[in-house]
Ligand binder design. Structure first.
Ligand SMILES: Nc1nc2c(ncn2[C@@H]2O[C@H](COP(=O)(O)OP(=O)(O)O)[C@@H](O)[C@H]2O)c(=O)[nH]1
Length: 531
């Protein structure tokens, strides 16, 4: 399911020196060293000659996991040691994570790994691992004084309604501790790349502009080792393949011309499963649930323009057993496998749903057809653009408008399409963001600067009010009735939430955007193996 492959063994082993470093510098490392058979220690030690002690445990786990089967066979004596090391490194990781406060969103990086990849594309394991060397255990390197380093990661979110850049800054204060996510710089432009389906070069301009922001934010000396990645969502998924490809090629060329580090597969269309899972990772990481060891997590609801995602960790086996098999995804993190219920509904994002309600999705005759709906103010008529196409839309001038009629129209867009997970009838908390958040603010349900907690019934109540007083809400948006009714209908008739289900509407947690982008940079730095 689109999981990124682990880097192959030819790219990783020259980092082995640093694996030894950690063996030598922390108390836990001493334990690891004591429990590790000599052949591995000696191989690592030999490889470590002249290395700097600046690697953190999880990176070593990453390295060790990256041994290919063949390499494992070749180092037969060491395979059990590797297992021992892996579990100890994971132990280290969960210990480190469990003592972090929520504010300190931490993660591990591999910026040296990036630099290594940039400079050593052709190295392989054969010229790194010596066959047999004498055991040497006495060397204990000193801990560097005033160690602190900063590194960055750039994630582009090419959405159906806009393109956003997330620039994450990490600080690692100690070589044996995990880096801390220090802050995020966020910038957005509209429209999304898909609006440039027929002029990819113009679309590329928006990427160039956002890269300028990255250059201003990230110190020059860091550019070469800062990975730049773009993941596109529903907008490009909905385009014909050649058009989407032309846009992605344009972006790749711009990245290649930039001073940043461009990893393999840096410009892709992300699959819906990863979109849902990575948003779940972001929210549960930022809220401290991921490393709390309690396995208590929160579900997420993401409502984009073209697609919508629901992801949560089922507590009941029945939820997994009664779900379509492709709605269940596994993710490996911190020595645990999370089996998640997740699905992305393409065409059920808020803006795509407007088109479906109006009967305009995939329609021809856009030059002359007028698409009408009782969800729009009666006297409203406008040319309205989405995804590079312009539609004539209007209310029903001599008909009726209002909540009931609107709800009936929208029901057709949701009914029979959205699967109802067994468990959402329960009392889990869901974090809802993107358009759930925006519309709750516009309709006055929550405060825009603080977010807030609402129940599903609050959306319904406010949708009724907006639809039955369209003129009052028209200056905010002529689509507000349609959008609020869609959200209500999606939550109730689609996912099957109870009126009393609590939704935590959130734009940011501790100043970091609730979006799949943070989860995606984690996935980039350390393959989360979503499958
Ligand atoms: N604040 C904020 N809003 C976001 C972010 N990413 C997406 N959105 C919002 O999500 C909605 C549309 O999502 P989009 O990515 O265009 O749609 P998709 O392609 O269907 O996923 C809009 O309300 C955006 O403002 C983000 O990182 N931060």
């Amino acid at each position: 399911m689109g999981a990124k492959a682990l880097p192959n063994s030819t790219q990783v082993p020259s980092l082995l020196p640093s694996a030894l470093s950690v063996l030598l510098i922390s108390p836990l490392s001493t334990q690891i060293a004591n429990r590790t058979p000599p052949p591995l220690i000696s191989a690592l030690h030999h490889a470590s000659a002249g290395s700097h002690l600046q690697w953190q445990p999880l990176l070593h786990l990453y390295i060790l996991k990256s041994f290919s089967q063949q390499d494992r066979a070749r180092t037969a004596n060491t395979s059990s040691s590797i297992k021992t090391l892996e579990s100890l490194f994971q132990e280290t990781a969960s210990q480190a994570f469990s003592c972090l406060q929520c504010r300190q969103a931490t993660y591990y990086n591999h910026h040296m790994y990036n630099r290594y990849r940039a400079l050593n594309h052709h190295s392989n394991m054969d010229n790194q691992l010596p066959p047999e060397v004498p055991v040497a255990t006495e060397a204990v390197a000193p801990r560097p004084v005033n160690f602190s380093r900063t590194f960055y990661g750039i994630m582009f979110d090419a959405g159906s309604t806009g393109t956003r850049i997330h620039i994450y800054k990490f600080i690692q204060k100690d070589p044996v501790e995990l880096p801390v996510l220090d802050n995020e710089m966020y910038h957005a432009v509209k429209p999304g790349l898909s609006a440039y389906a027929d002029m990819p070069d113009v679309g590329g301009e928006s990427i160039r502009q956002l890269l300028k922001v990255a250059k201003k934010t990230i110190p020059k000396e860091q550019w070469i080792q800062t990975p730049v990645v773009l993941k596109a969502t529903a907008g490009l998924r909905l385009l014909p393949q050649e058009k989407a490809k032309a846009l992605l090629n344009e972006v790749k060329e711009i990245f290649d011309d930039s001073p940043f580090f461009v990893p393999n597969n840096s410009v892709t269309i992300m699959n819906g499963t990863n979109e849902g899972v990575l948003a779940w990772v972001t929210v549960n990481f930022l809220t401290g649930h991921l490393y709390a060891k309690t396995r208590k997590t929160v579900g997420i609801l993401d409502l984009g323009g073209g697609s919508t995602q629901i992801t949560f960790l089922p507590r009941l086996k029945k939820t997994v057993l009664t779900a379509p098999s492709d709605y269940i995804a596994k993710i490996n993190m911190f020595n645990s496998t999370f089996e998640l219920y997740t699905h992305s509904y393409l065409g059920n994002g808020l803006i795509a749903a407007r088109l479906a309600t109006l009967g305009a999705l995939g329609a021809d005759g856009l030059d002359w057809k007028v698409f009408r709906s009782s969800c729009l103010p009666k006297k409203f008529r406008e040319d309205w653009s989405f995804g590079g196409l312009t539609y004539k839309v209007s209310g029903i001038p001599d008909g009726f408008a209002g909540y009931k009629l609107c709800y009936q129209e929208i029901l057709q867009v949701v009914k029979g399409i959205v699967h109802q997970p067994f468990e959402v009838k329960g009392s889990s908390i869901f974090y809802a963001f993107s358009y759930y958040y925006d519309r709750a603010v516009e309709s006055g349900l929550i405060d825009g600067s603080r977010g807030g907690t609402v129940e599903v019934r609050d959306f319904k109540k406010r949708a009724k009010e907006v639809c039955n007083k369209m003129t009052k809400y028209r200056p905010i948006s002529p689509f507000l009735c349609m959008d609020m009714t869609y959200i209500t209908c999606l939550l109730k008739e689609g996912f099957g939430f109870k009126d009393s289900t609590v939704l935590q509407l959130t734009k940011k947690v501790n100043n970091v955007e609730t979006s799949w982008a943070l989860g995606a940079i984690f996935d980039h730095f350390h393959n989360l193996n979503i499958h």
